[in-house]
Ligand binder design. Structure first.
Ligand code: NAD
Length: 323
């Protein structure tokens, strides 16, 4: 039987398949999460940036109150946004986010991006969240990652979060952080799909016992609605001959093949869908196996194409964090 969870360096287990909450409208988040629990999802990937934590927590609490699940069956990931990296803000934010979810504790708390932006009062936030004002001003702040990481460690000590980790970090920042970490980096969440495979980064993380979670598993799919110019330069991954042929052979959908390509290599996935049928199929991605040649063929689609790149989409002031 295929593994359904991965053990984190903190000792806690994380499901290999979860549900991503980015772009789930706040007024639909409670029902979406509740329905996802009914379908069988146990991991929910949220963030302060998604502005739906309170509602997602309401959906989970409803499922708990109705006896569908217990708190310990559910795994909640959430993330610290870039404006709150300073010591005092990071701690305040962790407490506020924990309160918003309303579940007693957070399972996994991540630094969302390895870049600090100047503080902005939560109620003054703009969208995109990188902006300080409607003119699209971006102001970086001088906060070392170490300052923020040490707050995350205190968040574990205080029982606010059980495990901590990072997102959108690359090898050098991870290796530096590891040199002083008192609590382990339990998880690394990165953009990962066949157009952006990053095999070396995944190998490094796995060698360091850091569990990798893939986001945007369907590549351009998630960025079409954001009208990203990069989303249109490549064929949708689900329509490539490679993925379609493998899907036909296994009697699965292209989406399921893309998710299995990750989970079979021990990489967790957190696809997002508002559609009931797709919700169920995205969860059923551990019950079949691809052979090595199929995995290699899918990895062969790699063209180093990154969609979530603030060095590209922040045109006023590109933040070239992936340089
Ligand atoms: P995704 O790769 O899950 O793709 C979502 C898109 O695919 C939607 O348009 C959806 O309608 C479509 N889709 C979903 N299931 C499908 C299926 N079975 N068949 C056909 N189409 C299907 O995109 P995502 O939302 O970018 O990534 C997933 C999650 O990862 C997010 O919700 C969020 O939680 C997380 N994430 C994290 C970061 C980060 O910086 N850490 C960045 C982006 C996303």
């Amino acid at each position: 039987m295929a593994k359904t969870t991965v053990q984190l360096a903190s000792g806690h287990n994380m499901p290999l398949v979860g549900f991503g909450l980015w772009k789930v409208p706040a007024d639909q988040a409670a029902d979406t999460v509740y329905n996802a629990i009914k379908v069988g999802y146990r991991l929910f990937d949220g963030a302060y940036d998604y502005q739906n934590e309170k509602e997602a927590g309401q959906g989970i609490r409803r499922a708990i109150e109705e006896g569908l699940v217990k708190r310990e069956d559910i795994f909640v990931t959430t993330k610290l946004w870039n404006n709150y990296h300073r010591k005092e803000h990071a701690l305040q934010m962790a407490k506020a986010q924990n309160e918003a979810w309303g579940l007693g504790y957070i399972d996994l708390y991540l630094i969302h991006f390895p870049v600090a932006l100047k503080y902005i009062e939560p109620e003054k936030r703009r969208y995109p969240a990188w902006w300080m004002d409607d003119a699209g001003t971006i102001e970086v702040d001088k906060v070392p990652i170490r300052e923020t990481w040490e707050v995350l460690e205190s968040v574990v000590d205080q029982g606010i979060a059980r495990s901590i980790g990072v997102s959108n970090f690359q090898a050098q920042a991870i290796m530096d952080l590891e040199s002083y970490a008192r609590h382990p980096i339990s998880s690394l969440q990165i953009e990962h799909h066949p157009y952006l495979v990053q095999p070396e980064l995944i190998a490094l993380a796995q060698e360091m016992k850091i569990a990798v979670t893939a986001y945007s598993s369907f590549g351009p799919q998630s960025y079409v609605e954001l009208q990203s110019p990069r989303a249109n330069v490549s064929k949708p991954l689900m329509e490539t001959d490679t993925v379609k042929k493998i899907a036909e052979k296994h009697g699965k959908t292209p989406a399921q093949v893309l998710l299995r390509w990750a989970t079979q290599r021990g990489v967790a996935v957190i696809p997002k869908s508002n559609n009931q049928g797709r919700l169920a199929q995205n969860l059923d991605v551990l019950s079949f196996d691809l052979d090595k040649a199929e995995i290699d063929d899918i990895s062969g689609l790699d063209v180093g194409l990154r969609f979530n790149d603030p060095g590209f989409y922040l045109t006023n002031k590109p933040l070239r964090i992936f340089a």
